[in-house]
Design a protein around this ligand. Sequence first.
Ligand code: PAF
Length: 286
Amino acid sequence: MRIIEDPAELSSLSLRRCGFVPTMGALHEGHGSLVRLAAAGGRPVVVSIFVNPTQFGPKEDYARYPRTLDSDCALLEPLGVAAVFVPSVEAIYPRGLEAARVESAALALPDVATMPGLEDSCRPGHLAGVALVVGRLFDLVGASAAYFGEKDFQQLRLVDDMVEADRARFGGLKIVPCATIRETDGLAMSSRNRYLSADERIAALALSRALQLARAAERVKDAEAAMHEVLVSCGLETEYAVVRDARTLMPVDESTTALVRPTRALIAARLGHTRLIDNASMAREH
Ligand code: PAF
């Protein structure tokens, strides 16, 4: 497994047409599952580890985001990864961070990224920063397929629409959605779970519990009410707990039944200093 910092070295390795798993490191079994799926595609696998400053707000956890390269490589090595790309901020943003932030703010994003009441309302600029870095990484890596977890559902929808809207730039790149991997008690795996205290770790189960109740509800408004109730009763501060159209992420008529068309329940909530997100398909068979 090669560890590569220099984009020019990455290009020289003829790993184009690889399976690509972009990450910010602090890897866990959720990332492991993305890599396994990429490897099953039969192509060499490239994983990037880059804590992207442009997707963090000024008061967010960029500085304290866990940087654990040694244990990340230990997780990746047995999975048959061909290369781990660990670029510097300068390599990704050669014109400087200020210029990158200006560029990110000016990006024309697909509608799913700016849908009111979701990530953009709570973390302005976050998804623009994701779009900027993911586009850069796709340009540098030149993969055939890129693997994204459903846990960051709006991110997944954004990247998919972004690639679809610019085939001239991204060619035949396929975005592969990968199911959320959960701890045995239901908590969605996340690099940020390590911020949780023992008590918060228990309270965090409210997210998966809320999603279960939402899936059992007949109507959208009952699903949303049930999610809010669980989150509040477990002491979480809800940013959103909504049911949306699964493709466009637009609001759905709250009096309709959840099963009329593909819908997705989406939650963002805070526990102390930690922000957690989770989501689930409202389709009964999933
Ligand atoms: O999901 C993540 O880890 C990040 O948002 C990504 C896609 C690697 C972009 O920095």
